[in-house]
Write a new protein. Structure first.
Lengths: 365, 365
């Protein structure tokens, strides 16, 4: 049984519903990133409040801290972090390649040392699926090899082929009850390679498919062009996930190209750094112009931050490096992102998504 | 009209009610410290949730950041920080003496430079009252001179005499509508000086009286002995406030001696450092013994932290330096403090405060 129902389309844009072990997820959806079993600065209840219905957990980080023993003792990641809705876990591959200086790649997998205590870990497709089984996520990602954005064509082809072999090995590990599995398409910025890899990965019996290796340093217009060419080639009856993307404009573009799911640290990380997304454009809260600004952060936003506090107060909290700033800023940015995908979904149902997308471009980040 | 009603007593312990411009405050009460217009890591709504009914704002810090212009633009500190209940502001004196290396003391007041940008400030009794008027607190403290805990007797006497003169000057500034004013008794660890200064300060028409200069380095048993001797000598018909104190045990002792109000950074600061107060004693959450502990932080506590998360998860968040740790820990420690004073108040009404206090001593921090 496919866990995905398509409910409405407009052009290539889709509105659907994922049925997962811990509940339904309306799409298009944005998944806040909960690296260490917490979406930074937020409680599970607040995440529910801003409309989050699925969060992402990082296999690499959780494997290192708190470790599988602790997660297992709780009965999985949901219970550890007190989140009752669905969770998607990545495979750990992206972090191994980007964070571990000492990683050693072979056909078998990747050997790396923990940057925390130097312990040696061996991450293979099989091990990634086992770790994700212990985490108990609703969606596990196949272990892939994501090359850097500026990798030469040969390296991209090499990583593609390895990703295909690893995908088959990931699927060969028996899935725990209720866990869906997604395959990952690589191919860098080469249209022919992307199409070739779609054929290879989508031939495998995954429950959904992801585009990996985007927003890793390539020019944004190139990413948009490729998305327009490849996103809708992913199987129509299964969810499509654009990994690690992106800005609000990226989400709009991805949805227009046929993407259903997104994740990115941008709303949460930028929030902590004082960069806020609003209906009037980006707000860099440290700017002196906000010193005396007693208006709300975003007059069009209904979140607790915008209803309860002024731009001037937020700036003051930011200047004083107060924890409350990180909280209120994160709450708002996530509200903005979740509200954005909700509005897109509604617009697709009502046949006015293109209109919304065009409006959005004017003056938006 | 006195803003204080005595509702019950047991021995020297008192239960009462402060009637302030922004609402009633049941006593005994603990006031969380909101240095920069935020009780660190907490929202106003959460403070209400844990039972906080009055918070403390620091005149010195708020004067420097965000500054009076910004506070005035909001119409006062309540509106700036979104807190609708009472606020007590200190005079700024304690911070000037403890934080400003460059402070210069004279009969007029204290000249100091901002550690943030070097701007020169002139804090006098009159200026302190003006700043507190702009902050719009429900209770303003008179500007006092608090000498170090190890100050020689002559310096203590000198500071006492100056505090008395400054108290009169503070009172000479017309009070804004709805702002109560408290005088501060100094005298160090000298019983005769404490009694002498009570006579001097309590002769002035303040709405309440505070004991300053405690918990500034003197031995705790000495503080307890002095409190037993002096707290009940403060006027019975006005609220009594023990400044900057203390541990849960200090609160119990203070209440037993006749104190009505307390403030301290301990529950909030210790929380951020991983030191948690529980009904089973102190918990230092970084200890390895909590690594696999899936029990609640405090089985006797009803706060969101104890209901929703395990000790193991809290330890993990602490190890990862997650903002959520500071939040959950602060929420719990404040719940513990506010619950403690509520239990004391109930016990005084029911004539079993001594029993509660004795029970509390066993194994408590």
């Amino acid at each position: 049984m496919t866990p995905f129902t398509l409910e409405a389309t407009q052009g290539k844009a889709r509105a659907g519903r994922l049925r997962l072990a811990h509940g339904d997820v309306p799409t298009p959806i944005f998944m806040p990133v909960g690296t260490y079993g917490t979406v930074k600065a937020m409680t599970p209840r607040e995440l529910e409040g801003v409309g989050a219905r699925i969060v992402l957990g990082n296999t690499y980080h959780l494997w290192l801290r708190p470790g599988l023993e602790v997660v297992a003792k709780h009965g999985g990641l949901h219970k550890l972090m007190g989140w009752q809705h669905p969770i998607l876990t990545d495979s750990g591959g992206f972090q191994v390649f980007s964070l571990s200086q000492l990683s050693k790649l072979s056909e078998e997998g990747v050997v790396f040392r923990s940057p925390i205590d130097g312990t040696q870990y061996n991450l293979t497709p099989e091990q990634s699926m086992l770790v994700q089984a212990t985490l108990g996520s609703d969606i596990a990602m196949a272990f892939d090899h994501c090359p850097p954005g500026d990798a030469p064509r040969e390296l991209v082809q090499d990583a593609m082929a390895r990703t295909t072999r690893w995908a088959a090995r990931s699927l060969a590990v028996p899935a725990p009850a209720g866990q869906a599995r997604f395959g990952i398409v690589q191919g860098g910025t080469h249209l022919d390679l992307r199409l070739e890899h779609i054929d290879a990965i989508c031939a495998l019996p995954f429950d959904g498919f992801a585009l990996g290796g985007f927003s890793v340093g390539e020019p944004i217009p190139l990413m948009y062009e490729l998305l327009d060419q490849v996103a809708h080639r992913l199987p129509a009856d299964r969810p499509r996930y654009l990994m690690g993307v992106g800005t609000p404009a990226d989400l709009i573009h991805g949805i227009r190209a046929g993407i259903d799911m997104f994740d990115c640290v941008m709303p949460t990380r930028n929030a902590r750094n004082g960069m806020l997304f609003t209906s009037e454009g980006k707000v860099v809260i440290s700017h002196a112009r906000y010193r005396d600004d007693t208006g709300p952060l975003d007059p069009a936003c209904e979140c607790e931050t915008c209803r309860g506090f002024t731009r001037s107060y937020l700036r003051h909290l930011h200047q004083c490096k107060e924890i409350l700033f990180a909280r209120l800023a994160t709450l708002h940015n996530l509200s903005y992102y979740l509200d954005l995908v909700r509005r897109c979904r509604r617009a697709i149902f009502e046949g006015r998504f293109d209109e919304l997308a065009d409006t959005f471009k004017v003056g938006q980040p």
